[in-house]
Design a protein around this ligand. Sequence first.
Ligand code: NDP
Length: 332
Amino acid sequence: GRAWHLTARPQGWPTTDDFALREEPVRAPAEGQILVRNIHLSVDPYMRGRMSSAKSYADPYKLNEPMTGGAIGVVLASEDPAFAPGDHVLHDLGWREYATLRAKYATKVDPEAAPLSTYLGVLGMPGLTAYAGLLRVAGFQPGDAVFVSGAAGAVGSEVGQIARLKGASRVIGSAGSDEKVKVLTDEYGFDAAFNYKHGPVAEQLREAAPSGIDVYFDNVGGEHLEAAIDAMNLHGRIAVCGMISQYNATEPTPAPRNLAQIIAKRFRMEGLLVMDHFDLQQQFVDEVAPWIRSGELKYRETVVEGIDNNLEAFLGLLRGENVGKMIVTLGD
Ligand code: NDP
């Protein structure tokens, strides 16, 4: 089976020269292991961080070894009593066609309960990030006005809709294309949305949120964070989930120049890591899955086909070519 390797650490924007798709032996499972054929692979922004050698919350990818990442597959052979051929599993050996892994690192998923790809997106890691980040880290309360950046992406689109369904007074989103902005207002029920490429974020946010905001869910950092601080109401909260505008930066990026407003406004700002919130996984699925079934919470996926296009899908994600979760499908 083929697997993607990182062959050089990217400087700035990753290029195809930093990666190679290579043939790997398919290993039969040993005691306690399963062999899986992957069906859907995830590409996520955090993978950019793992391509650098800098120490962070996820270990750097090793050079010239198969890369890892979220994946859904079907069990072909099992040497563990908990799994049988035909079972569908979520695991972390993505970026490849076949995976042999310890069974305890796999989670069974039910293809009858929800489409398999949703376990990587709206019902998976990005969904829990949205749920825990909004409700726990940002301490969302009904009546809050919520602003989310990266709002047409996997995490952002769910943040905005959970806020709407839980009684936000106003939901505002920003995204990088007019098509995405239209999806936010027409499909996801945001009260207002704007294209951050059309003008200064601070000005556009002021227009979209004339009474200010109480919560900012940050996926982007930089100019967006500064604008959100300007718009923040007394005792507001900022959940910092990601700063994707800086992931390819080669120089240290400036902090928000208006941070001193934190004093007079007494707002709180807190970073968030999804792995701190796995205890909410069941509560999250119990609450969100019915909204998906009833159509109250909508989601999109951008699906790219074939292992050959796994890298292009990742690069496309950084360029904003996805609406909703970016998925690579290898076919059933
Ligand atoms: P998305 O589906 O949102 O895809 C990434 C999006 O980022 C692109 O579609 C693009 O949309 C946007 N983007 C890219 N460059 C820029 C830029 N310079 N300025 C503004 N927007 C940009 O990805 P996810 O939903 O998976 O992740 C969203 C954020 O959440 C990321 O920052 C990620 O790192 C973070 N995250 C953090 C987790 C945690 O535990 N802390 C867990 C999961 C995600 P557009 O067209 O709008 O520019």
